[in-house]
Write a protein that binds this ligand. Structure first.
Ligand SMILES: [Zn+2]
Length: 499
């Protein structure tokens, strides 16, 4: 039987011929919850249930899965989180001998992939050689191959292979093609390659970028229809850095009042052109930002500003608490959603799981204290994603972002998406952010995400939880519509033009 049977025509003909109102056999359903999901045919004579051939159902399931996949593939993604450096920097770095990662296949193993390689036993020195400029691609391959083999089944490595498929037409990296992949990677780095990879290879409509090249906000390449930028609060508040504050103020900041004025100025200056506030202080501290009064924080800040090295960690925390709460308030004033890193931490050998576990408890308290601030909790708070679903279900202004999650743990991400859709309002979910510096890997990540989204929705329909007719609107919402509703790109573009 042909796999590509028209499902609706086929089912309609079958039902008519049999005079039945049923369409499936055991384990399959195209009906929403509460509608008929009969698992066999009724014998008209004696009322016994008899198994009907499942051939139609095999065709039905294959067709359902293909249709949903097609829908997900053609729907553009709104990408809510990347770390792309300016494209001009990538081009300028092509031949800079001190710039790493070198523009060869090693670059595809430099972000996240490196963590799996290191945890699989690769030494730091060998990793440096992998991303450096002293070895040929084949020499690099010989170095990395034993470790790649050990971890090739993880989401990070699946992402590498999907990127290679999307961009270079190869299905894996091997000794016999690592030179060709490296050559093609390098050739593709030319003006316009961000747009080509994001739009053409990854079908991404727009990407929000947290630039790591600037202390607070990316101004070098202004926001446009393809990229917009976050206002970054680590250096001015949650992980306050004297130099960053002084740089933004254009003078030495010596008092808490001046620090507040500087933060206010930053929000006034960049807020209209920023797509969101971004903060990943969870890497270094708990998210329990306490209500520390200005009176209590001011003398501590004055000591910090003077470079007092005797400050205790709890004193620094008090200053951070005071400053970051001001940012949370200003974010609401400027209508900027606050994206917080939550959950799993990148790298290897350092994650404080107890602190990660507390992320959801801490943010729930912040949401109660700042009811007008929108919180976007990134990376599904993995591995505490069920706590995140509970928060999104309960708190009107807490949203979940699946950025990075698809490659941390693809199977859990499929389950998360299914559970989220059935537990929390679908408008509270963003389904994609590559969270990458190299644009090349976003192409692979988008493919992994699309596979997962299609799988989750197909399973929900097959299991009878979701009406097939609801799938198109839901796909549009979770892949694109929610980000359009929550992040005001039109405002950013309008204000960018006015500058
Ligand atoms: Zn990130």
């Amino acid at each position: 039987m042909s796999k590509r049977i028209d499902r609706r025509a086929f089912m309609g003909a079958t039902s008519l011929a049999l005079g039945l109102g049923i369409t499936g056999c055991a384990g399959s359903s195209i009906n929403p919850v509460g509608e008929s999901n009969v698992s066999g045919d009724r014998d008209g004579e004696n009322g016994k249930t008899v198994p009907r051939t499942c051939v139609n159902d095999v065709a039905h399931e294959a067709s359902l899965s293909a249709d949903i996949r097609k829908l997900v593939d053609k729907t553009p993604l709104m990408d809510t989180h990347e770390h792309l450096p300016p494209e001009a920097d990538r081009i300028a770095n092509l031949d800079k001998l001190d710039s790493t990662p070198a523009p060869d296949f090693g670059m595809l193993m430099c972000h996240y992939t490196d963590s799996d390689l290191r945890v699989s036993g690769m030494s730091g020195d060998d990793y440096k050689k992998l991303i450096g400029r002293n070895l040929s691609p084949v020499e690099k391959w010989k170095l990395v191959a034993p470790y790649y083999e050990r971890c090739r089944h993880t989401g990070y490595q699946i992402c590498v292979r999907e990127s290679v498929r999307a961009l270079y037409g190869e299905d894996d990296i091997r000794e016999d093609n690592c030179e060709a992949i490296s050559r093609r990677l390098r050739e593709q780095v030319r003006p316009g390659f961000y747009r080509r990879i994001l739009r053409e290879a990854a079908n991404i409509e727009h990407a929000q970028v947290n630039s790591l090249s600037n202390p607070v906000f990316q101004e070098i390449e202004p926001a446009d229809d393809l990229l917009s930028y976050d206002l970054w609060t680590i250096g001015i508040a949650s992980g306050v850095n004297r130099n960053t504050l002084n740089h933004c103020a254009g003078a030495e900041v010596t008092t808490l009042k001046q620090a507040h004025e500087t933060i206010d100025h930053i929000f006034d200056k960049y807020g209209p052109r920023a797509i969101a506030v971004k903060d990943q202080s969870a890497y270094g501290r708990r998210l329990n930002y306490e209500d520390v009064s200005d009176e209590d924080a001011a003398p501590i800040f004055a000591r910090y500003a003077k470079g007092d090295r005797s400050l205790k960690p709890e004193e620094m925390k008090a200053v951070q608490d005071n400053l970051f709460r001001r940012c949370l308030w200003l974010a609401a004033v400027h209508k900027l959603p606050v994206k917080l890193h939550t959950g799993y931490t990148a790298g290897h050998g350092g994650m404080d799981l107890a602190r990660v576990r507390d992320n959801m408890t801490d943010v729930a308290r912040l949401s109660r204290e700042f009811p007008s601030t929108t919180f976007v909790l990134m990376h599904i708070a993995y591995p505490y994603q069920r706590e995140l679903i509970a928060l999104c279900k309960h708190y009107p202004r807490i949203y979940a972002d699946m950025c990075w999650a698809w490659i941390i743990d693809p199977a859990s991400s499929v389950s998360f998406l299914k559970e989220f859709i059935m537990a929390a309002p679908a408008c509270k979910l963003f389904t994609f952010g590559g969270d990458f510096r190299p644009v090349e890997l976003i192409a692979g990540h988008a493919r992994v995400a699309r596979r997962g989204i299609a799988l989750a929705l197909t399973q929900l329909v097959q299991e009878g939880w979701l009406a097939e007719s609801d799938a198109p609107a839901l796909v549009e919402r979770i892949m694109r519509g929610n980000a359009r509703e929550t992040f005001d790109l039109d405002r950013v573009l309008k204000n960018q033009k006015g500058t």
